[in-house]
Design a binder for this molecule. Structure first.
Ligand code: NAD
Length: 466
């Protein structure tokens, strides 16, 4: 299990995964520096929590405006450090704004005190108080989306935030800090600290009032064990092995194949809710596979700064070995390789978009998170077989059904032990509904009313006038 992801020295070297060039060398936060930051945050949080929700919201709205004003430069930074194709970087920055719209519409209502008993001898009400100083240890694949899900909601709720971006999205993390401060969030209320897993470990040992983590199951489990004795809120947004079932009654098989391929290959498959395995009715299997392969062949693979590119490099080089292992294991167990199956020679961490068919659930590609441009497709002969295959997983993030029949789809989706289910769509997150994983996909929820209440603690008042 890889818990420390880069060598231990005093600087963090940031490389462009498209060409292996060093783009920045950042000083890592020291242990003493971390202690000072935490003392300041503790002080800053007291004043921040005294300000009104509206006042805090105003800063977040201003932050959103600054992000949009600077989105070209911010997208270029994101593309340079993660390899995300530039159009997808711009989409992410634009799309993440819906969290701010959601907060504007709802935060005041959801954070206001609630009177439950207003007459009689004893009045009863709930007041929602911030947790205090919380840690947000984050991932690199969608730093805007997963970052905003945590630190914007935490700040509006009156907390101070120690934000540790992934070592693969550190430059973007520093931009968040810059624009939050420029938008009026005090410097002792939000801080971004730079480092790898060792800094993460120091944060686990520090006296935080809550831990909000997005990343892999292995690190999430480690964090859960390390902080259990503190009995502070812990939230884990972890990986997935998200299944899609294409039933025999889909109106347009080609369109289903196009949507499924996008769900699998968007952001190079490096999405927590990417489609990671596909089950297709035997009645449409041949046509679906043909359409799917045609669609994937049309993807432009290459320079992520080119607006035509759909597939850039993998962000993390070690992922290629995992993908090669999944391909070898699948072929060994009887799968057929229709496309790709290996890294692209030359500079950068490029991997051919890979399609495996005739798969089954004994294969690693159908069981272990791939987090790359690879998909396994399996033929099924009934809804019952599809349900059994989809449910045969240690993860529980999302599941999707493509079908013309709503009742049929609902019957299947009801069986899924996942935090999110989709009918005729996939790979989608909305601030209106909770984002949560079950089993190895996590603990707790972000977004929606649950996602803001995660950053407050209720205080029950029993008030009797004598
Ligand atoms: P990761 O677990 O390698 O790293 C995540 C963060 O943990 C990084 O900031 C890293 O520095 C830190 N870390 C590493 N070791 C640590 C330690 N010992 N103590 C404390 N912190 C430590 O994950 P990643 O590669 O950045 O992200 C990819 C994973 O995240 C995938 O599994 C993906 O599915 C998942 N993810 C889930 C969601 C979701 O909403 N469910 C969203 C995005 C990504």
């Amino acid at each position: 299990m890889l818990l420390y992801t880069m060598q231990d020295n005093s600087t963090l070297v940031i490389k462009n995964p498209a060409n292996d060039e060093i783009i920045a060398t950042l000083p890592k936060e020291t242990e003493a520096g971390l202690q000072t930051i935490l003392q300041n945050l503790r002080q800053g949080q007291k004043n921040w929590s005294q300000r009104t929700v509206q006042d805090r919201l105003d800063c977040i709205v201003k932050f959103g405006e600054l992000i949009l004003e600077n989105k070209q430069e911010l997208a270029a930074i994101l593309t340079q450090e993660t390899g995300k194709p530039i159009t997808q970087s711009l989409n992410e920055i634009q799309g993440a704004q819906n969290r701010i719209v959601h907060l504007q519409a709802n935060a005041i209502q959801w954070l206001s005190e609630e009177s439950l008993v207003e007459t009689g001898p004893t009045l009863e009400k709930i007041v929602y108080e911030p947790l205090g100083v919380i840690a947000n240890i984050s991932a690199w694949n969608f730093p805007y989306n997963v970052g905003f899900n945590v630190f914007l909601y935490a700040l509006v709720a009156g907390n101070a935030v120690l934000y540790k971006p992934s070592e693969y999205a550190a430059l973007t993390g520093l931009q968040f800090e810059k624009y939050l401060h420029e938008a009026g969030i005090p410097t002792d209320v939000f801080r971004c600290v730079i480092g790898d897993g060792r800094l993460g470990q120091q944060i686990l040992e520090a006296p935080m009032d809550g831990y909000f983590f997005t990343g892999s199951y292995a690190t999430g489990l480690h964090i859960a064990k390390a902080v259990a004795h503190k009995l502070v809120p812990l939230q884990l947004e972890l990986g997935g092995k998200d299944a899609l079932y294409v039933s025999d009654d889909v109106v347009d098989v080609k369109q289903a194949a196009i949507s499924a391929a996008e769900g699998a290959f968007y952001n190079n498959g490096q999405s927590c809710c990417a489609v990671e395995r596909i089950y297709v009715s035997d009645k449409i299997y041949e046509q679906f596979v043909a359409d799917f392969v045609t669609e994937v062949k049309s993807y432009v693979v290459g320079d992520p700064t080119d607006i035509k590119t759909f597939i850039g490099p993998l962000t993390r080089q070690p992922q290629t070995a995992l993908l090669n292992e999944q391909v070898a294991d699948a072929l060994d167990k009887g799968a057929q390789l229709k496309l790709g199956g290996k890294e692209i020679a030359g500079q950068g961490n490029f991997y051919y978009p890979t399609v495996l068919i005739e798969c089954d659930n004994r294969m690693k590609v159908m069981q272990e998170e791939s987090f790359g441009p690879i998909i396994g497709i399996q033929k099924v002969s009934s809804d019952e077989e599809a349900i059994a295959c989809m449910q045969d997983t240690e993860y529980g993030l999302t599941a999707a059904v493509f079908s013309a029949n709503e009742q049929r789809a609902m019957r299947i989706l009801k069986e899924m032990n996942t935090g999110t289910v989709y009918w005729n769509c996939c790979d989608r997150v909305s601030p209106n509904v909770p984002w949560s994983g079950r089993k190895k996909s996590g603990l707790g929820a972000t977004l929606s009313i649950q996602g803001i209440r995660a950053f407050v603690q209720p205080k029950a008042y029993h008030l009797r006038k004598l």
